[in-house]
Design a protein around this ligand. Structure first.
Ligand code: FRU
Length: 467
């Protein structure tokens, strides 16, 4: 067993160290850019944190460009934290499109502080690029003094879009009385911003909302966020930090002043063990694509063998679509199918694939149906929903079982990529992401129960080149 076995073939992972949130996702001048939170020196204590950068022409083959936004100015001295991208058509010096990246500079002031209500700077910073690679100077646009007085020092993670002829910015915030919410800003030029409203839930939901997002599908507006301090909610699996979305309903709009969303409408993106800080973007073909961090912020969530000197990865890009009931489905982008080899039919209910990478597709599921991977991870479908369950503790590193009861499960797709698994049931209406650490180089797949079609595609290693 070597740690190399757990490196991934079609998921973005850190070249070294720690990776967390996806940042600045965009397609710019044809090229996809996925930045990400990165601490290359992790697990060294107080490792610096900034933006790593992956780029791709096809969303399948990627090149890493190292640390491109470091914590190297007084306004981001303790971390170049998360943020987003916007493409401004025709605004570059060459007359082409201009890329703007907005992020939060984290500053911890010297001295003895609580760093929540005092002692922390949260600066919203802009950098521009005409080619997607060379980044211009850092310009600080908003500081703590610019946020409402009722905000704590925790304000961060800008999400930018354009609407009704103005730029809009969402910021995740913690109020001084510990309520999670969002600030909404507006700007004519992308540099001078003024507060235009807030997004709050009708009932309190956690003390902080990180990584706000705003999504429009078929004309319906949604906001996404990562509420912290929600372990008490029935849907939380006892975990404090989650990510999900709310519909913005009742004739309200985020850009239209103060918006109130219903806490009862909050829907988790993912029901697996690790999924946090997702970010969406619209690509040049008009698809809305979501990418999440397969990791969790709580320190107790390390959950991996000690010998590994890197941690976490991103999900595959997931195309979003809206169901008639307003629920958002997530489906692996079609480009990934280019990595598929010749499928093995699981006629006898059992197969072994030579590598630990696969795309498993089951359709026409009836009644109870179960897929077991490596005799370690069971994916169970039944008349009320779907779940994942580790039956081998060594492989699970602390993970147990999770499920969601939404509707009868009728189809299943499972992406396996060495130490990460993503499960999509019912066209992506029920989704699970998890890490696992199987020692085997090959993948065994066993099914129990009836389905119309069961195919196991081996997946090629798309990362073999650039690394
Ligand atoms: C979410 C988060 C963000 C922050 C970043 C720092 O995981 O806490 O709110 O910007 O990570 O790495």
């Amino acid at each position: 067993m070597t740690p190399d076995l757990w490196r991934m073939g079609y998921h973005l992972m850190p070249p070294t160290g720690w990776l967390n949130d996806p940042n600045g996702l965009c397609q710019f001048r044809g090229t996809y850019h996925f930045f990400h939170q990165w601490s290359p020196e992790w697990p060294a204590p107080h490792a610096r944190r900034g933006w790593g950068h992956y780029s791709s022409e096809d969303l399948v083959h990627w090149e890493h460009h190292g640390m491109v936004l470091d914590q190297d100015t007084p306004d981001d001295a303790n971390g170049a934290y998360s943020g987003g991208a916007i493409v401004v058509p025709g605004a570059a010096p060459d007359g082409g499109d201009l890329l703007r990246l907005y992020y939060t500079g984290n500053v911890k002031e010297p001295g003895d502080h609580d760093f929540v209500y005092e002692g922390r700077g949260a600066n919203e910073i802009l950098v521009e690029s005409a080619d997607g690679f060379a980044l211009g100077p850092k310009e600080t646009l908003l500081r703590n003094a610019d946020y409402p007085a009722w905000c704590s020092c925790h304000v961060r993670d800008p999400k930018i879009w354009e609407e009704d002829g103005a730029y809009r910015m969402l910021l995740g915030a913690r109020t001084r009385d510990d309520l999670g919410m969002m600030l909404v800003y507006r700007s004519d030029d992308g540099r001078a911003w003024e507060l235009s409203g807030t997004v709050r839930s009708d009932e309190p939901m956690g003390y902080m909302w990180e990584c706000p997002d705003r999504i429009v599908l078929d004309g319906h507006e949604y906001v996404g966020c990562c509420p912290q301090g929600v372990a008490g909610f029935a849907w939380s699996d006892g975990v404090d930090d989650h990510s999900g979305y709310f519909p913005v309903a009742g004739g309200r709009r985020v850009a239209g002043g103060d918006a109130v969303v219903a806490a009862a409408d909050f829907t988790r993106w993912d029901h697996g063990f690790e999924f946090y800080a997702p970010q969406s973007f619209v690509d040049e073909s008009g698809r809305t694509i979501l990418v999440g961090w397969v990791g969790m912020p709580e320190a107790s969530w390390i959950g991996q063998p000690e010998e590994l000197d890197w941690i976490h990865c991103l999900t595959v890009p997931r195309e979003l679509s809206r169901g008639e009931d307003g629920r958002i489905a997530q489906w692996p982008i079609a480009e990934l199918e280019a990595l598929r080899g010749e499928p093995v039919a699981l006629g006898s209910g059992e197969a072994t694939l030579p590598d630990h990478r696969a795309d498993l597709v089951f359709t026409g599921i009836e009644d109870d149906f179960e897929v077991t991977l490596d005799d370690a991870l069971e994916v169970r479908c039944d008349a009320s929903g779907c779940g994942i369950c580790f039956v081998n503790k060594a492989v699970a590193c602390g993970r147990t079982s999770r499920r969601v009861d939404l509707e009868p499960a009728s189809d299943l797709r499972i992406l396996v990529d060495s130490s990460v698994v993503e499960v999509f049931a019912n066209g992506g209406r029920m989704v699970f992401s998890t890490r696992w650490f199987p020692a085997a180089g090959e993948l065994s797949v066993r099914t129990a129960g009836a389905c119309e079609r069961a195919l196991a595609y081996p997946m090629a290693d798309a990362m073999a080149g650039p690394y």
